[in-house]
Design a protein around this ligand. Sequence first.
Ligand code: NDP
Ligand code: MG
Length: 390
Amino acid sequence: MRPALKKNIAILGSTGSIGTQTLDVIRQHPDLFAAEILTGHANADLLIQQALEFMPNAVVVTDATKYDEVRTALDPYDIKVYAGEDSLEQIVESDEIHMVVTAIVGFAGLRSTLNAIRHKKNIALANKETLVVAGDIIMKNAREAGVTIFPVDSEHSAIYQCLAGEFHNPIEKIILTASGGPFRGRTLESLAHITKEEALQHPNWVMGNKITIDSASMMNKGLEVIEARWLFNLKPEQIEVIIHPQSIIHSMVQFGDGSIKAQMGLPDMRVPIAYALGYPHRLQTTFPRFDFAACATFTFEAPDTKIFRNLALAFEALKQGGNMPCIINAANEVAVDAFLHDKIGFLEIADVIEICMQTSTFIKTPSLDDYFHSNSETRILCTEIIKKRQ
Ligand code: NDP
Ligand code: MG
């Protein structure tokens, strides 16, 4: 059965990996979805190209230095053009929008996500950092506004799908699968001198640079553990991580009778994006299908948290609670950026995060303002720590 109404979608971060794949889903279903709002940061060329193809109501370019370029290119058309962070935050209030896809990377997505929730927009959430930083506030606001947060992250979409029809059955635990990234099975010594080019080679997924490094360091799985805690209201001990290098099982839920449900498919982010956009309908797609005969073996192994320390640090941050996940997120954003600019080595990412966890101000019950302060404080601290090591 087809939904009656065409959904108008705002894509925050349309120029990124998730953003372009969301547009691919919309491109394949023009009868179901319209791209109403598009936003980009620095990639003005792509934002212009997308606007010319999808003819949205408005675009926002958050890097204000690109405003003139975008405005000039779109001037002949009936497309509003705005610039800056405040415009990003305000644009989600539009009455014309039915759903907001949060595909901005990092803390930069927090304000707009929260404002969209407060204005009762359903969310397709890719920007996991917002839940890591302020999961308590995001979920509370979503409950109060009666808003649904549909996970886009493949693991969380898998869990969401496994929970369909299980409303009365409590989760015993969830099992988050991880590919293990490009450095699975490597020794600590061999990771000391790896280059960013090596770290950017993910075996199964093509993604933005930050999440690709997070996947190599397993911080991505750590952030996903915290994301799952908030999305599914779990205790840390109910969340298990298992390495599954084939990335076919996207995650699993175990129930009280010992039964385990898994969601599977080829690693293709357009599948969880389409599920979030189309819910409760599964969209008919022509994306490639999985062939069991061609992949006869599924393997599983426990993660090595002595080598991939970030995963242990994220569990530790979750257990400590308060603003510790915010601290770990800010430190990670700065450390990954430093690694991508050859300022620190790969293994130093975990070192500087750990120092930030020990030295940034801990707040047990933070307010939203506290999260903003904590993010700024940790960024400054982390930048200084990195400078001293150079
Ligand atoms: P990309 O780096 O590919 O894209 C990021 C997007 O955010 C771009 O549109 C970019 O604009 C925009 N952006 C960057 N900085 C800012 C800023 N300061 N203010 C506003 N917009 C900004 O990232 P991904 O698409 O890979 O990831 C997006 C989110 O989705 C992340 O939170 C990631 O963890 C999550 N995710 C991604 C997956 C993937 O497969 N890629 C899988 C699961 C989750 P521009 O490029 O124009 O500068
Ligand atoms: Mg994921």
